[in-house]
Design a protein around this ligand. Structure first.
Ligand code: C2O
Ligand code: CU
Length: 463
């Protein structure tokens, strides 16, 4: 009897070897109208512009090989065009971007996901959800309009907990038509095998800038854990978060800033200045040879909930069409037959995760709570959400738009967004080991069908 029940729990926890994410878990309509599934447009049809000359055309060749870091150290990992990070992609707002990804020899297959860019669904690069993993010898073309200026990055979304950590990523910057008069530096922070780097370089790097010149430092956190950045030698402002400008950013001197895993923060400093990103990694912007003494990491971090000046939201979250809960917990149980202490979403274990159903045009509110004992950087694909409140305290600063939100243990955030990008979208923890362990959910639009499969012939394994 006892054994029989245990056997039932065990088999009920098993994840099938191939399945559609649409068959996973349970439907959640967020209190809005329900709708039938199975008919409508396929994810594969929701592409970017199929014709037209690209303004930016990039070819990226993915390899599994040893990576030489900028300082000469070698680690086993992945490269794009022979380097990690891969090439920095730069575009102007409105450009048609075309990226041809070739998998030279990554045995598990690869994809590219445009983290933070609200691309059409078929360009989102999630193996088994928006495409099949690209096998060795194959290629795949991504085409999308760079509609929103900002700091973004790209990374593989096939076996991502291994491939991203191993270096299969790069940065993407979309500049506005009128670029402000400032130097512009991208600082992608990544930890290779325990070595914290900026742009693939350990230790302190230097970028030339004239004394007194404003410099925008685009800090990109490509790791699994939040990082703290702080500035020495100059006051600074946080001028953008996750690609969206901050309104009325005040000058900061004492505080540092938290950059959530997957998130980006643009800092405006005045050269010469030093930006520390922890683990001994730092960037000095200033005339050659400038020495900016590093101050210790500050205790206080700027609170984006109240930073900057408020402006009215472009939609009314008070008249939400759907309200979802994304409660993160942890408990002992079986995941795919393996006993462990696993993450839960709304009290249940993967694969019994929610499928948040919306209709195009819905105003959606979501409350993310975390009682799991760990921090989770929550990332919704294809959309930007605005933070309404944290622990019941309403946001009082600039509009705080995120695609990656640092939810600390014990915290609760309420966010809102407009469902304006039809498709099937991942909504997961960007600590990619947590995602692999089932801390994921999906957002699905009515009238969109899923042709791809997790597992299957392409061995799709997005996490
Ligand atoms: Cu940066 Cu689901 O990804
Ligand atoms: Cu997590």
């Amino acid at each position: 009897m006892g054994l029989g029940l245990a056997g039932w729990y065990w088999s009920a926890s098993l994840v099938p070897s191939t399945y559609s994410v649409m068959d996973m878990g349970h439907m959640d309509y967020g209190g809005g109208p329900t709708h039938a599934h199975g008919a409508g447009r396929s994810v594969a049809e929701l592409t970017g512009p199929a014709s037209g000359e690209p303004d930016v055309a990039v070819e990226l060749a993915a390899r599994q090989e040893s990576v030489e870091l900028a300082g000469g150290e070698r680690i086993e990992g992945y490269t794009l065009n022979g380097t990690s990070p891969g090439p920095a992609i730069e575009a102007r707002q409105g450009d048609l971007v075309q990226v041809t990804l070739t998998n030279v020899d990554v045995p598990d297959g690869v994809t590219l996901h445009w983290h933070g860019v609200d691309v059409p669904n078929a360009e989102d690069g999630v193996a088994g959800v928006t495409q099949d993993a690209v096998q060795p010898g194959e290629d795949h073309v991504y085409r999308f309009l760079a509609e929103d200026a900002g700091t973004y990055w790209y990374h593989s979304h096939q076996v991502s907990h291994v491939q991203v950590r191993g270096g299969l990523f790069g940065t993407l910057v979309v500049r506005p038509p009128r670029v402000p008069d400032e130097q512009d530096v991208v600082a992608a922070v990544h930890t290779y095998d325990g070595r914290r780097t900026i742009g693939g370089r350990t230790g302190v790097s230097q970028v030339d800038a004239e004394a007194g010149e404003p410099v925008r430092v685009r800090v990109v956190n490509t790791d699994n854990s939040p990082l703290r950045a702080w500035v020495s030698g100059s006051p600074f402002r946080v001028v953008a978060v996750d690609g969206t400008d901050v309104t009325g950013p005040a000058e900061l001197r004492e505080e540092g800033v938290v950059v959530t895993a997957g998130g980006r923060v643009d800092l405006l400093v005045t050269a010469p200045a030093r930006i520390d990103t922890g683990g001994g990694s730092a960037l000095v912007v200033g005339p050659e040879g400038s020495e900016v003494p590093a101050r210790p990491a500050p205790d206080r971090q700027v609170d984006l909930l109240e930073y900057g000046s408020p402006v009215a939201l472009p939609f009314d979250p008070a008249s939400a069409d759907r309200r979802f809960g994304y409660e993160i917990g942890r408990r002992i149980g079986l995941l795919d037959g393996k006993p462990g202490f696993w993450w839960t979403v709304n009290g249940r274990l993967y694969p019994d995760i929610p499928m948040f159903h919306v209709e195009e045009g819905d105003v959606v509110r979501m409350t993310i709570t975390n009682d799991s004992g760990d921090v989770h950087p929550m990332h919704l694909h294809g959309h930007h959400a605005v933070v309404l409140s944290r622990d019941g305290v309403p946001a009082s600063g600039s509009q705080w738009w995120v695609d990656s939100l640092n939810v600390e243990d014990g915290e609760s955030y309420e966010i809102a967004f407009v469902a304006d990008n039809p498709g099937i979208w991942m909504d997961h923890c960007h600590h990619l080991d947590h995602a692999r362990d089932g801390l994921i959910a999906h957002l699905a639009y009515a009238g969109v069908t899923e042709p791809f499969r997790i597992g299957g012939a392409a061995h799709n394994e997005p996490e």
